[in-house]
Design a protein around this ligand. Structure first.
Ligand SMILES: NC(=O)c1ccc[n+]([C@@H]2O[C@H](COP(=O)([O-])OP(=O)(O)OC[C@H]3O[C@@H](n4cnc5c(N)ncnc54)[C@H](OP(=O)(O)O)[C@@H]3O)[C@@H](O)[C@H]2O)c1
Length: 383
Protein backbone atom coordinates (compact mmCIF):
# COMPACT_ATOMS: atom_id res chain seq x y z
CA UNK A 1 0.00 0.00 0.00
CA UNK A 2 1.24 3.53 -0.77
CA UNK A 3 2.23 5.62 2.25
CA UNK A 4 -0.72 7.67 3.53
CA UNK A 5 -0.58 11.46 3.17
CA UNK A 6 -0.36 13.13 6.59
CA UNK A 7 -1.31 16.65 7.68
CA UNK A 8 0.19 17.76 11.00
CA UNK A 9 -1.70 20.70 12.48
CA UNK A 10 0.64 22.10 15.14
CA UNK A 11 3.72 20.50 13.57
CA UNK A 12 6.02 22.89 15.45
CA UNK A 13 4.73 21.87 18.90
CA UNK A 14 5.50 19.08 21.31
CA UNK A 15 2.89 16.61 19.98
CA UNK A 16 3.88 17.69 16.46
CA UNK A 17 7.45 16.59 17.25
CA UNK A 18 6.19 13.16 18.38
CA UNK A 19 4.13 12.80 15.20
CA UNK A 20 7.18 13.76 13.11
CA UNK A 21 9.19 11.10 14.93
CA UNK A 22 6.57 8.43 14.16
CA UNK A 23 6.75 9.45 10.49
CA UNK A 24 10.56 9.43 10.52
CA UNK A 25 10.51 5.80 11.71
CA UNK A 26 7.83 4.64 9.24
CA UNK A 27 8.33 6.26 5.84
CA UNK A 28 6.72 3.19 4.27
CA UNK A 29 3.41 4.04 6.01
CA UNK A 30 3.32 7.83 6.11
CA UNK A 31 4.27 10.60 3.73
CA UNK A 32 4.52 14.20 5.02
CA UNK A 33 1.95 16.04 2.92
CA UNK A 34 1.18 19.26 4.85
CA UNK A 35 2.74 20.79 7.96
CA UNK A 36 1.01 23.65 9.78
CA UNK A 37 2.68 25.88 12.38
CA UNK A 38 1.89 29.26 13.87
CA UNK A 39 4.95 31.39 14.79
CA UNK A 40 7.92 29.09 15.38
CA UNK A 41 9.84 29.75 12.17
CA UNK A 42 13.10 28.12 13.30
CA UNK A 43 11.39 24.83 14.20
CA UNK A 44 9.35 24.74 10.98
CA UNK A 45 12.47 25.46 8.94
CA UNK A 46 14.12 22.36 10.46
CA UNK A 47 11.03 20.25 9.74
CA UNK A 48 10.80 21.49 6.17
CA UNK A 49 14.47 20.74 5.57
CA UNK A 50 14.11 17.21 6.92
CA UNK A 51 10.66 16.19 5.59
CA UNK A 52 10.07 18.44 2.56
CA UNK A 53 6.26 18.35 2.88
CA UNK A 54 4.31 19.33 -0.21
CA UNK A 55 2.44 22.12 1.65
CA UNK A 56 3.64 24.38 4.46
CA UNK A 57 1.43 26.82 6.37
CA UNK A 58 2.27 29.33 9.08
CA UNK A 59 -1.04 30.67 10.40
CA UNK A 60 0.75 33.86 11.46
CA UNK A 61 1.33 35.88 8.23
CA UNK A 62 4.58 37.48 9.42
CA UNK A 63 5.98 34.06 10.32
CA UNK A 64 4.92 32.78 6.87
CA UNK A 65 6.91 35.58 5.20
CA UNK A 66 9.97 34.91 7.35
CA UNK A 67 9.84 31.18 6.63
CA UNK A 68 9.47 31.77 2.90
CA UNK A 69 12.52 34.07 2.98
CA UNK A 70 14.55 31.57 5.03
CA UNK A 71 13.70 28.50 2.95
CA UNK A 72 13.10 30.02 -0.50
CA UNK A 73 9.93 27.96 -0.86
CA UNK A 74 6.24 28.78 -1.07
CA UNK A 75 4.64 29.11 2.38
CA UNK A 76 0.90 29.63 2.80
CA UNK A 77 -0.36 32.03 5.48
CA UNK A 78 -3.45 32.05 7.67
CA UNK A 79 -5.84 29.64 9.31
CA UNK A 80 -7.99 29.38 6.13
CA UNK A 81 -5.09 27.61 4.41
CA UNK A 82 -4.87 25.13 7.31
CA UNK A 83 -8.63 24.50 7.17
CA UNK A 84 -8.50 23.90 3.39
CA UNK A 85 -5.60 21.43 3.64
CA UNK A 86 -7.10 19.52 6.59
CA UNK A 87 -10.33 18.99 4.64
CA UNK A 88 -8.69 18.47 1.25
CA UNK A 89 -9.47 15.36 -0.80
CA UNK A 90 -5.77 14.52 -0.85
CA UNK A 91 -5.23 14.48 2.92
CA UNK A 92 -5.62 11.04 4.50
CA UNK A 93 -4.45 11.28 8.13
CA UNK A 94 -4.77 14.53 10.09
CA UNK A 95 -2.85 14.91 13.35
CA UNK A 96 -4.71 17.64 15.26
CA UNK A 97 -2.10 19.11 17.61
CA UNK A 98 -2.71 22.86 17.64
CA UNK A 99 -3.11 24.08 21.20
CA UNK A 100 -6.31 25.81 22.31
CA UNK A 101 -9.59 26.75 20.66
CA UNK A 102 -7.61 27.86 17.57
CA UNK A 103 -7.35 24.17 16.70
CA UNK A 104 -11.11 23.70 16.36
CA UNK A 105 -11.76 24.94 12.75
CA UNK A 106 -9.12 22.86 10.89
CA UNK A 107 -9.85 19.78 13.01
CA UNK A 108 -13.56 20.08 12.33
CA UNK A 109 -12.83 20.45 8.61
CA UNK A 110 -10.91 17.15 8.77
CA UNK A 111 -13.74 15.42 10.64
CA UNK A 112 -16.39 16.77 8.26
CA UNK A 113 -14.33 15.48 5.33
CA UNK A 114 -14.26 11.98 6.85
CA UNK A 115 -10.51 11.79 7.56
CA UNK A 116 -8.62 9.58 9.95
CA UNK A 117 -8.04 12.12 12.74
CA UNK A 118 -5.42 11.62 15.45
CA UNK A 119 -6.83 14.06 17.97
CA UNK A 120 -4.51 15.73 20.50
CA UNK A 121 -6.29 19.08 20.76
CA UNK A 122 -8.61 18.50 23.70
CA UNK A 123 -10.42 21.82 23.30
CA UNK A 124 -12.24 20.39 20.22
CA UNK A 125 -14.20 17.89 22.27
CA UNK A 126 -14.39 19.99 25.42
CA UNK A 127 -15.90 23.05 23.72
CA UNK A 128 -17.62 21.42 20.75
CA UNK A 129 -17.99 17.72 21.60
CA UNK A 130 -21.59 17.46 20.35
CA UNK A 131 -20.67 19.12 17.01
CA UNK A 132 -17.64 16.87 16.48
CA UNK A 133 -19.60 13.74 17.37
CA UNK A 134 -22.42 14.55 14.97
CA UNK A 135 -19.95 15.51 12.20
CA UNK A 136 -18.07 12.20 12.60
CA UNK A 137 -21.30 10.21 12.53
CA UNK A 138 -22.30 11.94 9.29
CA UNK A 139 -18.94 11.76 7.50
CA UNK A 140 -17.65 8.43 8.84
CA UNK A 141 -14.46 10.09 10.14
CA UNK A 142 -12.39 8.01 12.54
CA UNK A 143 -11.31 10.00 15.60
CA UNK A 144 -8.56 8.33 17.61
CA UNK A 145 -7.36 10.08 20.77
CA UNK A 146 -3.72 11.08 21.19
CA UNK A 147 -3.97 11.96 24.88
CA UNK A 148 -2.15 9.07 26.55
CA UNK A 149 -5.05 8.41 28.95
CA UNK A 150 -7.71 8.31 26.24
CA UNK A 151 -5.52 6.29 23.90
CA UNK A 152 -5.19 3.84 26.82
CA UNK A 153 -8.96 3.70 27.36
CA UNK A 154 -9.47 3.17 23.64
CA UNK A 155 -7.13 0.17 23.78
CA UNK A 156 -8.75 -1.19 26.96
CA UNK A 157 -12.28 -1.01 25.57
CA UNK A 158 -11.43 -2.90 22.39
CA UNK A 159 -13.51 -6.06 22.38
CA UNK A 160 -15.20 -5.33 25.72
CA UNK A 161 -19.02 -5.37 25.50
CA UNK A 162 -20.36 -1.93 26.32
CA UNK A 163 -22.68 -3.20 29.06
CA UNK A 164 -19.69 -4.74 30.90
CA UNK A 165 -18.03 -1.36 31.53
CA UNK A 166 -18.74 0.10 34.96
CA UNK A 167 -16.09 2.79 35.34
CA UNK A 168 -13.41 4.55 33.33
CA UNK A 169 -10.57 5.96 35.45
CA UNK A 170 -7.96 8.30 34.03
CA UNK A 171 -4.68 8.53 35.89
CA UNK A 172 -3.07 11.85 36.82
CA UNK A 173 0.55 12.27 37.88
CA UNK A 174 -0.42 15.01 40.35
CA UNK A 175 1.95 17.43 38.61
CA UNK A 176 4.83 19.31 40.23
CA UNK A 177 2.90 20.39 43.35
CA UNK A 178 1.46 17.08 44.55
CA UNK A 179 3.39 17.21 47.82
CA UNK A 180 3.89 20.96 48.22
CA UNK A 181 2.29 22.42 51.39
CA UNK A 182 -1.04 24.00 50.40
CA UNK A 183 -0.04 27.35 51.92
CA UNK A 184 3.01 27.53 49.64
CA UNK A 185 0.92 27.17 46.45
CA UNK A 186 -0.03 30.85 46.53
CA UNK A 187 3.56 31.78 45.72
CA UNK A 188 4.58 29.26 43.05
CA UNK A 189 5.99 30.70 39.80
CA UNK A 190 5.10 29.85 36.18
CA UNK A 191 8.57 28.26 35.84
CA UNK A 192 7.85 25.90 38.76
CA UNK A 193 4.39 25.07 37.38
CA UNK A 194 5.73 24.24 33.93
CA UNK A 195 8.38 21.82 35.28
CA UNK A 196 6.34 18.61 34.97
CA UNK A 197 7.87 15.60 36.76
CA UNK A 198 7.19 12.98 34.01
CA UNK A 199 6.14 14.55 30.72
CA UNK A 200 7.75 17.12 28.45
CA UNK A 201 4.87 19.19 27.12
CA UNK A 202 3.92 22.67 25.94
CA UNK A 203 3.63 25.45 28.56
CA UNK A 204 -0.18 25.70 28.60
CA UNK A 205 -0.85 22.01 29.19
CA UNK A 206 1.96 21.85 31.78
CA UNK A 207 0.26 24.55 33.86
CA UNK A 208 -3.05 22.70 33.34
CA UNK A 209 -1.40 19.60 34.82
CA UNK A 210 -0.29 21.56 37.88
CA UNK A 211 -3.84 22.87 38.50
CA UNK A 212 -5.42 19.48 37.54
CA UNK A 213 -7.43 21.43 34.95
CA UNK A 214 -5.84 19.13 32.39
CA UNK A 215 -7.49 16.08 33.99
CA UNK A 216 -10.76 18.00 34.30
CA UNK A 217 -10.68 18.79 30.57
CA UNK A 218 -9.79 15.16 29.88
CA UNK A 219 -12.89 13.94 31.74
CA UNK A 220 -15.07 16.11 29.49
CA UNK A 221 -13.16 14.78 26.47
CA UNK A 222 -13.70 11.18 27.66
CA UNK A 223 -17.42 11.77 27.95
CA UNK A 224 -17.63 12.41 24.19
CA UNK A 225 -15.02 9.90 23.05
CA UNK A 226 -16.48 6.98 24.95
CA UNK A 227 -20.15 7.96 25.30
CA UNK A 228 -19.66 7.80 29.05
CA UNK A 229 -22.05 9.14 31.67
CA UNK A 230 -20.57 11.49 34.31
CA UNK A 231 -21.04 8.75 36.93
CA UNK A 232 -18.81 6.37 34.96
CA UNK A 233 -15.89 8.80 34.84
CA UNK A 234 -13.22 9.38 37.45
CA UNK A 235 -9.54 10.09 38.01
CA UNK A 236 -6.91 8.69 40.34
CA UNK A 237 -3.45 10.01 41.17
CA UNK A 238 -0.60 7.84 39.98
CA UNK A 239 2.68 9.75 40.33
CA UNK A 240 4.78 7.47 38.07
CA UNK A 241 2.57 7.96 34.95
CA UNK A 242 3.13 4.35 33.86
CA UNK A 243 -0.49 3.20 34.13
CA UNK A 244 -2.39 5.56 31.84
CA UNK A 245 -5.97 4.47 32.45
CA UNK A 246 -8.06 1.82 34.20
CA UNK A 247 -11.36 0.30 33.10
CA UNK A 248 -13.50 -1.44 35.71
CA UNK A 249 -15.80 -4.21 34.50
CA UNK A 250 -19.06 -5.58 35.88
CA UNK A 251 -17.39 -8.68 37.36
CA UNK A 252 -15.02 -6.57 39.49
CA UNK A 253 -12.03 -6.97 37.15
CA UNK A 254 -9.98 -3.94 36.36
CA UNK A 255 -8.00 -3.57 33.15
CA UNK A 256 -4.96 -1.31 32.98
CA UNK A 257 -2.80 -0.04 30.14
CA UNK A 258 0.87 0.53 30.96
CA UNK A 259 3.71 2.15 29.03
CA UNK A 260 6.69 4.37 29.67
CA UNK A 261 5.44 8.00 29.67
CA UNK A 262 6.40 9.09 26.17
CA UNK A 263 3.90 10.66 23.78
CA UNK A 264 5.31 8.81 20.78
CA UNK A 265 3.39 5.68 21.84
CA UNK A 266 -0.12 7.19 21.93
CA UNK A 267 0.61 9.31 18.85
CA UNK A 268 1.69 6.20 16.91
CA UNK A 269 -1.42 4.33 18.13
CA UNK A 270 -3.70 7.17 17.05
CA UNK A 271 -2.06 7.36 13.62
CA UNK A 272 -1.89 3.60 13.04
CA UNK A 273 -3.65 1.48 15.66
CA UNK A 274 -3.14 -1.89 14.00
CA UNK A 275 -0.73 -3.52 13.64
CA UNK A 276 1.18 -1.71 16.39
CA UNK A 277 4.16 0.34 15.26
CA UNK A 278 7.62 0.44 16.80
CA UNK A 279 8.11 3.80 18.50
CA UNK A 280 11.56 3.81 20.11
CA UNK A 281 10.11 4.44 23.57
CA UNK A 282 11.92 2.71 26.48
CA UNK A 283 10.37 -0.67 27.38
CA UNK A 284 9.11 -1.37 30.89
CA UNK A 285 11.51 -3.76 32.58
CA UNK A 286 10.04 -5.86 35.41
CA UNK A 287 13.35 -7.54 36.19
CA UNK A 288 14.24 -4.30 37.98
CA UNK A 289 12.52 -3.20 41.21
CA UNK A 290 9.92 -0.55 40.60
CA UNK A 291 6.95 0.81 42.46
CA UNK A 292 3.57 1.85 41.07
CA UNK A 293 1.52 3.84 43.57
CA UNK A 294 -2.04 5.20 43.48
CA UNK A 295 -3.63 7.91 45.63
CA UNK A 296 -7.21 9.12 45.77
CA UNK A 297 -7.83 12.48 44.09
CA UNK A 298 -7.44 15.28 46.66
CA UNK A 299 -10.16 17.82 45.88
CA UNK A 300 -8.89 20.32 48.49
CA UNK A 301 -5.58 20.54 46.65
CA UNK A 302 -7.20 20.24 43.23
CA UNK A 303 -10.57 22.07 43.29
CA UNK A 304 -10.76 21.80 39.48
CA UNK A 305 -11.92 18.22 40.00
CA UNK A 306 -14.91 19.32 42.08
CA UNK A 307 -15.77 22.01 39.54
CA UNK A 308 -15.65 19.68 36.55
CA UNK A 309 -18.29 17.41 38.05
CA UNK A 310 -20.74 20.31 37.75
CA UNK A 311 -19.65 20.89 34.17
CA UNK A 312 -20.12 17.22 33.27
CA UNK A 313 -23.69 17.37 34.57
CA UNK A 314 -24.42 20.75 32.99
CA UNK A 315 -25.26 22.13 29.53
CA UNK A 316 -22.68 22.44 26.71
CA UNK A 317 -22.26 26.19 27.36
CA UNK A 318 -20.62 25.42 30.70
CA UNK A 319 -17.94 23.29 29.07
CA UNK A 320 -17.24 26.09 26.55
CA UNK A 321 -16.95 28.56 29.44
CA UNK A 322 -14.80 26.19 31.50
CA UNK A 323 -12.34 25.79 28.62
CA UNK A 324 -12.21 29.46 27.55
CA UNK A 325 -11.94 30.85 31.09
CA UNK A 326 -9.17 28.37 31.84
CA UNK A 327 -7.23 29.39 28.71
CA UNK A 328 -7.44 33.05 29.80
CA UNK A 329 -6.55 32.37 33.44
CA UNK A 330 -3.75 29.97 32.49
CA UNK A 331 -2.23 32.62 30.16
CA UNK A 332 -2.65 35.36 32.81
CA UNK A 333 -0.80 33.19 35.34
CA UNK A 334 2.02 32.56 32.86
CA UNK A 335 2.17 36.33 32.25
CA UNK A 336 2.41 36.82 36.08
CA UNK A 337 -0.83 38.83 36.17
CA UNK A 338 -2.49 36.45 38.68
CA UNK A 339 -1.33 33.89 41.21
CA UNK A 340 -1.51 30.11 40.78
CA UNK A 341 -4.36 29.82 43.30
CA UNK A 342 -6.44 32.39 41.37
CA UNK A 343 -6.80 30.18 38.28
CA UNK A 344 -9.55 27.77 39.36
CA UNK A 345 -11.64 30.35 41.30
CA UNK A 346 -11.64 32.59 38.19
CA UNK A 347 -12.92 29.68 36.11
CA UNK A 348 -15.61 28.98 38.75
CA UNK A 349 -16.77 32.60 38.74
CA UNK A 350 -16.97 32.65 34.93
CA UNK A 351 -18.93 29.40 35.00
CA UNK A 352 -21.54 31.01 37.25
CA UNK A 353 -22.03 33.66 34.54
CA UNK A 354 -22.57 31.21 31.65
CA UNK A 355 -26.07 30.59 30.22
CA UNK A 356 -27.74 27.19 30.39
CA UNK A 357 -27.80 26.01 26.78
CA UNK A 358 -26.48 23.27 24.52
CA UNK A 359 -24.67 24.17 21.28
CA UNK A 360 -25.30 22.93 17.73
CA UNK A 361 -23.08 25.23 15.62
CA UNK A 362 -19.55 26.60 15.81
CA UNK A 363 -20.98 30.14 15.71
CA UNK A 364 -22.73 29.41 18.98
CA UNK A 365 -19.48 28.01 20.40
CA UNK A 366 -17.58 31.17 19.41
CA UNK A 367 -20.25 33.46 20.89
CA UNK A 368 -20.07 31.59 24.21
CA UNK A 369 -16.27 31.46 24.01
CA UNK A 370 -16.14 35.26 23.59
CA UNK A 371 -18.58 35.75 26.47
CA UNK A 372 -16.47 33.54 28.76
CA UNK A 373 -13.18 35.19 27.77
CA UNK A 374 -14.58 38.69 28.39
CA UNK A 375 -15.88 37.56 31.78
CA UNK A 376 -12.53 35.91 32.57
CA UNK A 377 -10.63 39.08 31.69
CA UNK A 378 -12.88 41.08 34.06
CA UNK A 379 -12.23 38.55 36.81
CA UNK A 380 -8.48 38.62 36.10
CA UNK A 381 -8.43 42.42 36.30
CA UNK A 382 -10.06 42.20 39.74
CA UNK A 383 -7.30 39.96 41.17
N1 LIG B 1 2.23 17.67 24.84
C1 LIG B 1 1.57 16.62 25.24
O1 LIG B 1 2.16 15.70 25.79
C2 LIG B 1 0.08 16.52 25.04
C3 LIG B 1 -0.58 15.38 25.50
C4 LIG B 1 -1.94 15.25 25.26
C5 LIG B 1 -2.65 16.25 24.62
N2 LIG B 1 -2.00 17.37 24.25
C6 LIG B 1 -2.78 18.42 23.59
O2 LIG B 1 -2.22 18.62 22.30
C7 LIG B 1 -2.33 19.99 21.93
C8 LIG B 1 -0.92 20.48 21.61
O3 LIG B 1 -0.14 20.42 22.79
P1 LIG B 1 1.44 20.66 22.78
O4 LIG B 1 1.92 20.29 24.14
O5 LIG B 1 2.03 20.00 21.60
O6 LIG B 1 1.50 22.24 22.62
P2 LIG B 1 2.72 23.17 22.12
O7 LIG B 1 4.02 22.42 22.25
O8 LIG B 1 2.56 24.46 22.81
O9 LIG B 1 2.41 23.32 20.55
C9 LIG B 1 1.27 24.00 20.13
C10 LIG B 1 1.19 24.02 18.61
O10 LIG B 1 0.05 24.82 18.25
C11 LIG B 1 0.49 25.90 17.40
N3 LIG B 1 -0.33 27.09 17.70
C12 LIG B 1 -0.32 27.82 18.84
N4 LIG B 1 -1.22 28.83 18.74
C13 LIG B 1 -1.78 28.73 17.51
C14 LIG B 1 -2.74 29.52 16.81
N5 LIG B 1 -3.33 30.59 17.35
N6 LIG B 1 -3.08 29.13 15.56
C15 LIG B 1 -2.50 28.04 14.99
N7 LIG B 1 -1.59 27.27 15.61
C16 LIG B 1 -1.23 27.61 16.86
C17 LIG B 1 1.96 26.11 17.76
O11 LIG B 1 2.63 26.78 16.70
P3 LIG B 1 4.01 27.60 16.93
O12 LIG B 1 4.80 26.85 17.95
O13 LIG B 1 4.62 27.55 15.55
O14 LIG B 1 3.67 29.00 17.35
C18 LIG B 1 2.40 24.66 17.95
O15 LIG B 1 2.62 24.06 16.72
C19 LIG B 1 -2.98 20.71 23.12
O16 LIG B 1 -4.36 20.84 22.89
C20 LIG B 1 -2.72 19.77 24.29
O17 LIG B 1 -3.73 19.87 25.27
C21 LIG B 1 -0.65 17.52 24.43
Amino acid sequence: MAPRRVVILGATGSVGASAADVMRRHPDLFTPWAFVGHRNVARMQKLVEEFAPQHVVMTDPEAAQKLAAATGRHVQAGMEAAVALAGSDEAEIVVAAIVGAAGIPPTLAAVQAGKHVALANKECLVAAGRIFKEAAETSGAVILPVDSEHAAVHQLLAGVPRESVVRILLTASGGPFLHKPLAALAHVTPEEAVAHPNWEMGAKISVDSATMMNKALELIEARWLFDATPEMLGAVIHPQSVVHALVELADGSMLAQLAHPDMRAPVAYAMHPSPRLTTGIPRLDWTKADKLTFLPMDEERFPAMRLVRRVLQGPDAWAVGFNAANEEANAAFRARKIGFLDIVPIVARVLARMPEKDVRTLDEVWALDRLARAAAREEIARC
